[in-house]
Design a protein around this ligand. Structure first.
Ligand SMILES: [Fe+2]
Length: 249
């Protein structure tokens, strides 16, 4: 086989190993309710995003607007109202896809109080998506996760690979896993979108089979386009071999 043959041959292999969005089925991390956080700004933008999710092969979306004290003071009412508006428009244009909403909670005292009172937006089997600060490691996270589990919630730690302050990164991921904390990977971390350190950490999570959920963390169309253009990359195809919980949602 000459050089031309090997190009066609490698392309064929790449296509076969393209990340299988239909098998993933559900995306469980996105910001597509218009106007309530730093994600989609308008209903039209949201509809375009849902179209794109569907064309990639997703059959269900669990969208997760930020809830972060003064920055994004969202609550159950606001989120459900936004979801209702989006669903009505999807019905009107007959864009058929399952869509639900939960939230992405910023780890702080306000969230801790919500957990204590049991007023938390969860998805599926009582999973709750939580994010840490990108700048410094929280100090009382063990108490929080313990409290969550006592209340029957199953914590999902958002984009674990983006916390670059973990110097013992893989040990940390293993410890969280042992303590029942689910680890979520942002797909675009594998593209280098968040920088090379994050990309390396994302690859380590894949190599060590430490991922429970994968999510797009889609805020805008650029995120889905980038994802689509990289879905044949080596590490994306490796995801096809992992047992992910997305398929159970
Ligand atoms: Fe997010």
């Amino acid at each position: 086989m000459g050089w031309l043959g090997s190009i066609f041959s490698s392309k064929k292999i790449q296509n076969t190993d393209y990340l299988n969005f239909e098998k993933i089925g559900t995306d469980m991390h996105s910001h597509i309710i218009p106007g309530i956080d730093d994600g989609s700004r308008t209903l039209d933008e949201s509809i375009a995003l849902v179209h794109k999710f569907k064309s990639l092969g997703y059959r269900k979306l669990i969208t997760t607007p930020h809830i972060m004290a003064e920055v994004y003071p969202n609550n159950r009412e606001l989120i459900n109202k936004g979801l209702g508006n989006l669903k009505r428009e999807l019905d009107r244009i007959q864009l058929d896809i399952e869509i639900e909403a939960a939230a992405e909670y910023y780890f702080d005292d306000t969230f801790f109080d919500m957990v204590k009172t049991g007023d938390v937006l969860s998805f599926s089997d009582n999973y709750v998506l939580v994010e840490f600060s990108f700048h410094s490691e929280p100090t009382n996270e063990k108490a929080l996760f313990f409290e969550m589990q006592m209340k029957g919630y199953k914590p999902v730690l958002a984009h674990f690979e983006r916390y670059t302050y973990f110097d013992d990164f893989i040990d940390k991921a293993n410890r969280y896993k042992e303590h029942g904390v689910n680890i979520q990977l942002n797909l675009n971390s594998l593209t280098g979108h968040y920088g090379q350190t994050v990309k390396k950490q994302a690859e380590k999570l894949v190599d060590n089979d430490l991922i429970h959920f994968i999510g797009t963390d889609c805020h805008r169309m650029q995120h889905l386009n980038l994802l689509e253009s990289h879905a044949g990359d080596y590490y994306f195809s490796k995801l096809n071999n992992l047992q992910l919980k997305n398929q159970l949602l």
